[in-house]
Design a binder for this molecule. Structure first.
Ligand SMILES: Nc1ncnc2c1ncn2[C@@H]1O[C@H](COP(=O)(O)OP(=O)(O)O)[C@@H](O)[C@H]1O
Ligand SMILES: [Mg+2]
Length: 589
């Protein structure tokens, strides 16, 4: 009954290799994996990354066993570091193939995206390694990285971070099988991974391929690179709703803009649970502000945090700088360099003659990791982190003041709950500047009091007092949710029963509304007939949408063990129940 398991079995060498790699996991990740020890038997959606060496048998024969073992060890060490950076774990090793999981035992809301990022980085590090291998052994070292997404059941997690797993529906096997369609040094994803990552990565459709053991062919895509202008991973393609509700919030944001236009410094804090519509509110606000033709348009810049960006020093501040330059953060070094040069010349005068320019350029260049030369390089080269931070602060302050000299400036800091501590520290010190000129400093975050980003919230409350406006986004009213459903599905014909299912499951969270609808469509529970949406037969069997699983599971995982246990039991009883029942069951355990 274990079809899907590899026919070859792990050797002692594989075991030793795997132990070495799990022992090298960074402490923070190791803690997270260990705290998943109670996970045993839980079904999770994972994105499987399968990396293997092309023509490994021939290479092994050419260099001999000993050298081959050393080559593999070197490669695995590099790949493991990349995988750990995105908080994936190594599930399995078999000769020249490594299998990593993103989504279990540690779960994030964006595991498929992390997995593809890791795959692209693994290929990058594989290319560097290939150069070394060519010089050292005169071999062509090529790898391919293949991904698939689906459910696995995770067995007990050991203190050595090793765990067993049972794939469901051949999820792990398929990741290995599609490798035959992959060109050397490329990343290939299956149709199951594609929908989760397509807004973020440029992908080429390689068509349907036949896979052993599967009756149906599988569609595969080659991932080319990150999109320069990534789309939103949220929303339903082809179905749209204008923003519902949020009138009061919108009004107070527009008022803030007017205050800033009048020359006052202001700050805003927008909080809300994931999916409540923080990002949507910002984008509607921006459109509304930019559409006001009777007033001067402010300069609008946004710094975005990444869910895996907490360990990247000054990531948020650098991202904000890219936005100030009008460049995507994936821009090349020469393009970025050019943009910085021209912005600073516009603001401070010619590079050769302006003392201001020469004072500011090296530090901003350094923040953006640009290649500096001559005097500029000398200025930043030997500074300790503390002095560097002081310099960054000074230059950023100058930059912001210069930017507000001709028109108001709106700074949005998105997803602050993921911010890196170094950026937060710098921004806290920059806060007083926010109220000193026509500048609107807007923080957007989930209410996560223990995240580094929350320090900025606390500081803003202390320092800014009355010039800080707080907006907390709560669930949509029943009426607004209904309007949203009608807008998305544009139907009168939708039965009250279907409507109730959607509303109950989503509880006023707009993101959940969209995902419940997506799931109902995907599973054939609502179908389009002659332009109308009607309920299919399977409407009763709704579960939690795939897209929400990661988000919810990641939150549940962060709960203390006893709370998690209570939740687990409660979930078996049902959606609504008398507390007494829960108490009784817990009491008897
Ligand atoms: N008030 C609203 N009316 C209609 N759709 C909304 C509303 N708020 C959010 N949405 C949609 O719900 C999804 C989640 O919203 P988003 O802004 O990404 O949430 P957050 O940033 O708070 O996590 C998006 O697709 C968004 O367009
Ligand atoms: Mg958001």
């Amino acid at each position: 009954m274990h079809c899907g398991h590899p026919a070859r079995t792990r050797t002692a060498q594989d075991e030793a290799q795997l132990n070495r790699l799990t022992a090298a996991a960074p402490p923070l990740l190791a803690d997270k994996v260990r705290s998943a020890a109670s996970l045993s038997g839980e079904r999770r959606i994972v994105t499987v990354l399968h990396v293997d060496v092309v023509k490994s048998t021939a290479i092994a024969a050419e260099v001999g066993d000993e050298a081959w073992a050393a080559i593999l060890t070197g490669a695995y060490d590099r790949f493991a570091q990349v995988i750990y950076r995105y908080e994936g774990t190594i599930a399995h090793l078999l000769g020249d193939a490594l299998v990593a999981f993103f989504g279990a035992p540690v779960t994030h809301e964006d595991d498929p995206i992390r997995a593809v990022n890791a795959a692209l980085d693994v290929i990058k590090s594989g290319k560097d390694y290939a150069i070394e291998m060519r010089t050292e052994y005169d071999i062509e070292f090529n790898i391919r990285a293949c991904l698939n997404t689906g459910p696995v059941v995770i067995g007990p997690v050991g203190s050595d971070l090793r765990y067993d797993f049972t794939p469901i529906g051949g999820v792990v096997n398929l990741a290995a099988r599609i490798k035959f369609a992959a060109h050397p040094m490329t990343v290939l994803i299956s149709e199951s991974t594609y929908p989760f990552v397509s807004p973020i990565f440029e992908c080429t459709d390689l068509g349907l391929i036949k896979v052993t053991d599967r009756a149906e062919p599988v569609r595969v895509y080659q991932v080319m690179e990150s999109k320069a202008a990534p789309g939103s991973v949220r929303g339903l393609i082809g179905l749209e709703s204008p923003m519902v509700g949020r009138e009061a919030e919108m009004e107070s944001l527009l008022n803030l803009c007017n205050a800033v236009r009048a020359g006052l410094g202001r700050a805003a804090l927008i909080t809300g649970e994931p999916g409540m519509g923080k990002t949507r509110l910002i984008s509607e606000w921006k459109s509304a502000v930019m559409a006001e033709t009777d007033m001067p348009a402010p300069r609008w810049v946004e710094g975005h945090c990444l869910s895996y960006g907490g360990g990247l020093t000054y990531h948020l501040v650098a991202d904000l700088l890219y936005s100030i330059l009008g460049m995507p953060s994936a821009a090349s070094e020469p393009e970025t360099h050019l943009a910085l040069f021209s912005l600073l010349e516009d603001l401070f005068g010619k590079a050769e003659t302006s003392a201001d320019f020469q004072e500011i350029y090296p530090y901003l260049g350094h923040l953006l990791s640009l290649k500096l030369e001559g005097e500029a390089l000398e200025k930043v080269q030997s500074l300790d982190p503390q002095t560097l931070q002081t310099r960054y602060l000074f230059t950023l302050r100058r930059l912001l003041l210069a930017l507000t000299s001709d028109r108001p400036l709106v700074i949005i800091l998105e997803d602050l709950h993921w911010a890196d501590p170094s950026s937060v520290e710098l921004l806290v010190k920059l806060l007083p500047t926010a109220t000193s000129g026509p500048l609107l400093f807007c923080m957007v975050t989930r209410t996560e009091h223990d995240s580094p980003g929350w320090k900025l919230v606390t500081a803003a409350r202390e320092i800014l007092g009355g010039s800080l406006t707080e907006i907390s986004l709560v669930a949509l009213s029943d009426n607004d949710s209904r309007r949203m459903v009608s807008n998305l599905l544009e139907v009168e014909a939708l039965s009250e029963k279907t409507r109730t299912v959607i509303l109950q499951k989503s509880e006023g969270n707009p993101f959940f509304v969209e995902e419940v609808i997506r799931m109902l469509i995907d599973r054939g529970a609502i179908i389009q007939q002659n332009g109308d949406w009607i309920a299919g037969e399977k409407i009763e069997q709704v579960e939690i949408p795939d897209n929400l699983q990661g988000l919810l599971v990641a939150r549940i995982d962060r709960l203390p063990e006893d709370v998690k246990n209570t939740l687990r039991i409660a979930s078996v009883i049902g959606r609504q129940f008398p507390v007494k029942v829960l108490e009784q069951i817990l009491g008897e355990m």
